[in-house]
Design a protein around this ligand. Sequence first.
Ligand code: G6Q
Length: 531
Amino acid sequence: MFPQVDPTSTSSWQALLLHHEKIQKVQMKDLFAKDPSRFNRYSITLEALLFDYSKNKVVDETMTLLLQLFTSCKVDVAIKAMFSGELINKTENRAVLHTALRDFTSDKLIVDGMDILADIRSVQKQMKDFCFRLHSGTWKGFSGKPIRYIVNIGIGGSDLGPVMVTEALKPYTISGMKAFFVSNVDATHLAETCKQINAEETLFIIASKTFTTQETMANAHSARQWLLQQGALEKDIARHFVAVSTHEAGVKAFGIAPENMFVFWDWVGGRYSLWSAIGLSIACTIGYENFEQLLHGAHTADCHFAKSPPEKNIPVIMALLGIWYRNFLGCTSEAILPYDQYMHRFPAYFQQGNMESNGKHASRDGKLVSYATGPVVWGEPGTNGQHAFYQLLHQGTDIVPCDFIAPAQSHNPWGNHHQLLLSNFFAQTEALMLGSAHADSNRVFEGNRPTNSFLLKKITPYSLGMLTALYEHKIFVQGVIWNIFSFDQFGVELGKVLAKNVLKDMEHDEEVTTHDSSTNGLINFWKKMRE
Ligand code: G6Q
């Protein structure tokens, strides 16, 4: 049974409230001065990944209480429930099994009487074969030339993961291939993409779990029309369009042949779907073997999460620290700051991951929660951010816990660029913690500002898979402790319905009067302006 514990009813939550009073005045720099082993005690390694959480406003008692909270909220039971395929996404009556997509060690996983591992392996084989045909040049476009351009058309979970990974792993791009991602319903996105590709060498991947999403369908239809305008015939569509979806009928209705469809299943949440066939654009760009390495890396993180004791468990510690800042120190946002240009979409990816999963106000027993849930998550790569918003991180009135992420080795070891980059990473986390005194208050840095540091040896498919899965599990642990449903997204679905209703009022010329005066005014003003 999936646990359902009001975290505020636990003695550890109450103890943390009291403990917070005690720790108000604690200075991290004093903690470091008193305890030379603080780094060793407050860091965890997983293979070649280092997670240093020593620069946080916590002492041993804080960690003990947070770990007690983990136990009181029965997170261990929840972890087992997720991995075993229980229907933990209750509001949608689904299992949550993105972890199964990257499980190469189990033999079987029965869900609803079906062995889902067999289904997963069969789609993986289909993806592998497809990539082989594409990269060997046996799959040809309408003029007989091989495919060079991959255009993924999808949005939200069917876009952000593939973009993030494809960008982060750009050094692994198969020679000659180029990936594009079209998500926005604004035709500019597709139009500008089409300027950079040749129809005869382009493969469109229509990625949509439901195959009904307005933006994706509009872009898919326009892409198809564009292809025909570029000299392709109806019969050529099959060579230029493939689909990734759970909705076979929808794909067929669009005109994509069943053999050009890659399926996934309702137990894969959109924002957790890059590991499924939604990752086809990744595999087409960096090669299937690299895609598989990404899955292997994630599986290593899954095993770490499922098997490590909580005090040595990276996602658990990440989650508990986040709860400490959110619920006891009143922090409203968290920043993710990758010191790696290739990782520039990582913050946006986990902005969705966190905010769509844990931006919820109803508890698992159907009541409104009395405590804060998911914070705002945002970020940009270093060092660019340093010349922009770091001002607020250092001297603003809000405390923003930050995750700094960097590879020890660069894919582009030009001169001393990488040392310069990393010197900024190390110096920033130090300065945020130490602060500095000055007679002029404008120049005072209070310090005592928390950071986590992640060091990877290099950004590879494997290490990126591992890091990404660690962040996913952090979201899971927090959702369990906050006693919310992390795997639905009614707030996203609302947008899909609202736009449809308004569209009806825009399709005629009469004055609109059925909304509030602002919405009526905007629609009516637009009707005049478009003339
Ligand atoms: C993700 C969300 C959302 C979804 C998009 C696209 O978890 O549900 O971002 O991925 O709305 O939906 P489709 O894949 O169904 O087009």
